[in-house]
Design a protein around this ligand. Structure first.
Ligand SMILES: [Zn+2]
Length: 267
């Protein structure tokens, strides 16, 4: 995808096998809505995005890493594909100048550090929300990070740049505070040539949440605040010359919100 002079390339580290229980404990229509199949299972990506802007190479999110995680209700995450996807795009880990973590959940930081806590991307500045650092590295959420990832952050194994809110990372690449899923969650806005692509991270789990506004990720740290951030993103995604996708949207397809007097639709 071209955004003005920028290249934007979606890639996936693996698969998130999800079920409606990830989004709701309430009744689910039969058959369940997309992205769930008739069997109630969705095979979703673990999305990452590579952006080339001038002499900067920006990677958004670092996948689950070489890991398989079983979740409740028959759900799971399996990672491991990001290095292959990077190489296929002609990118070596040492080429990455900036790595933006939309948030510090395990399926977004998996390739930051190797098992000894050493950086995998030696030339990269690692950007993330300061409130996520306080929560997941030093605070109540520390148990959710793998030991070697937490050690990598704590030992200063990478050039970490926590940000307090909206910030320009590279020309045409901005992060915007979208808290709720995690305290310091960041969306990434890629802009150029009068167009914008919004990478919503996990602030929106799936487009079905536009029609089902009460459905929220069971990973949300603050569901009410997450709902407000999600609504703000839907409004942004209805603006002209704007498209977007989330880290787990089916096939990482980009879309936008179209409105009629009575309803809003994702297409
Ligand atoms: Zn995620």
């Amino acid at each position: 995808m071209r955004i003005g002079d920028l290249d934007l390339l979606p890639m996936s580290d693996g698969t998130f096998v999800a079920r409606p229980a990830y989004l709701t404990r309430g009744p689910v229509p039969d058959p369940p809505p997309a992205p769930f199949g008739p069997d109630g299972v969705a095979w979703l990506p673990i999305g990452c995005f590579l952006i080339r802007t001038g002499d900067r190479v920006v990677l958004v999110d670092a996948g689950l890493g070489p890991a398989l995680t079983q979740l409740p209700d028959g759900m799971s995450l399996v990672g491991g594909q990001l290095p292959t996807a990077l190489l296929a795009s002609g990118t070596l880990p040492g080429d990455v100048t900036d790595l933006v973590c939309t948030h510090l959940h395990s399926d977004h930081v998996g390739w930051l550090f190797d098992r000894d806590g050493r950086t995998v991307f030696p030339a990269a500045t690692v950007w993330f929300g300061a409130a996520d650092g306080a929560h997941f590295v030093d605070g109540d959420g520390a148990g959710e990070l793998a030991d070697h990832v937490r050690a990598g952050f704590r030992d200063g194994a990478t050039d970490a740049k926590p940000v307090d809110g909206d910030h320009t990372v590279a020309p045409g690449v901005d992060v915007v505070a979208t808290p709720g899923h995690t305290p310091g969650h960041l969306a990434v806005v890629v802009s150029g040539g009068g167009h914008r692509a919004i990478l919503a991270g996990d602030a929106i789990t799936a487009p079905v949440q536009l029609a089902e506004p009460s459905w929220h990720s069971f990973g949300d740290v603050d569901p009410d605040q997450a709902g407000r951030s999600r609504e703000w993103l839907w409004e942004e995604l209805a603006r002209p010359h704007t498209t977007g996708t989330g880290a787990h949207f089916p096939e990482l397809r980009f879309g936008r919100v179209t409105s009629s007097s009575s309803s809003r639709t994702w297409r």
